[in-house]
Design a protein around this ligand. Structure first.
Ligand SMILES: NC(=O)c1ccc[n+]([C@@H]2O[C@H](COP(=O)([O-])OP(=O)(O)OC[C@H]3O[C@@H](n4cnc5c(N)ncnc54)[C@H](O)[C@@H]3O)[C@@H](O)[C@H]2O)c1
Ligand SMILES: O=C(O)C1=N[C@H](C(=O)O)CCC1
Length: 251
């Protein structure tokens, strides 16, 4: 049985992870951490460094500013971490990168299998269509989401740039633009409303034809399930920074 600490346990995703773990014999939530310390079925602390329970791994769905403190506490406890939180700054990413030299860290802006498959399809399409098609990404999420654009939209954009030798320049929305679109632009657009769980569309627009590759999350369970699989994977790894690609490759 894998013993888990949920960081961000009182949030929407923290509660989903706790529910999925309670339904499985493979996982046990031994403690939670949240700035809102409302009681749950396990002890809740306001800081990982104060957690007394023994654990194998931390799963984080919290807020980007909380991540450096979490990672530093995990480093002291020598605990592997699964980071699902998005909106991380360059500085926060640096803290994660440094810590991953000493503990295994799994980080993905999207824990669903489907988005990982979408990224592979988008990379292939971008390679083939790069000369004649403009690429734009539209993402849609619920009205409670704090960061924009989504971590997933940025991850998709980075994967496109990876196969196109960094030739794409990101344009966030177009309200400040008063000139024609340049071929090297990659537009990224965010929509927020209602209870939309998560939609990502990658549009390849050519002359008189459009190809759209899209993913629609129908529940938060897909992210929670993916995070639990990532936890199972990361506890057996050496120090390093791992992604969904590593998990999928392992099968
Ligand atoms: N990678 C993925 O697949 C995936 C999926 C869904 C959400 N997310 C990301 O996960 C994060 C959380 O999403 P959510 O919908 O659960 O948000 P939420 O706002 O419902 O929950 C966040 C929780 O973190 C807690 N928190 C905030 N600051 C904290 C701190 N300093 N220390 C401890 N706890 C703190 C809040 O009190 C809250 O309970 C967001 O960044 C979101 O984008 C990622
Ligand atoms: O609900 C959220 O917030 C989500 N955030 C992730 C992102 O920013 O890409 C993944 C989907 C859900």
């Amino acid at each position: 049985m894998i013993r888990i600490i949920i960081h961000g346990c009182n949030g929407k995703m923290g509660k989903v992870v706790a529910k999925l773990a309670a339904e499985s014999y493979d996982f046990k939530i031994v403690a939670g951490v949240d700035k809102n310390i409302s009681p749950l079925d396990f002890p809740v602390y306001s800081d990982l460094k104060d957690v007394k329970e023994e654990a194998d791994v931390v799963i984080d769905f919290s807020y980007h500013e909380a991540v450096p403190n979490l990672v530093k506490a995990a480093l002291k406890k020598k605990l592997p971490v699964v980071i699902a939180t998005t909106g991380l700054s360059e500085e926060e990413l640096k803290v994660i990168g440094e810590a991953s030299k000493e503990i295994p860290i799994f980080k993905s802006a999207n824990m669903s299998l489907g988005v990982n498959i979408l990224i592979n399809l988008v990379k292939e399409a971008a390679k083939i269509l790069q000369q004649d098609f403009d690429i734009e990404i539209i993402e849609k999420h619920h009205n409670m989401k704090k960061d924009a654009p989504s971590g997933t939209a940025l991850m998709i954009a980075d994967s496109i740039n990876q196969v196109l030798n960094d030739k794409k320049e990101y344009v966030y929305g177009r309200h400040t633009k008063t000139e024609q679109r340049k071929p090297n632009e990659l537009g990224i657009h965010a929509v927020r409303g209602g209870t939309i769980v998560g939609e990502h569309q990658v549009i390849f627009a050519g002359h008189d034809e459009v190809i759209t590759i899209s993913h629609s999350a129908q529940s938060r369970e897909i992210f929670g399930y993916g995070a639990l699989q990532a936890a199972k994977f990361i506890i057996n790894q050496k120090p390093g920074l791992y992604t969904m690609e590593d998990l999928v490759k392992k099968g």
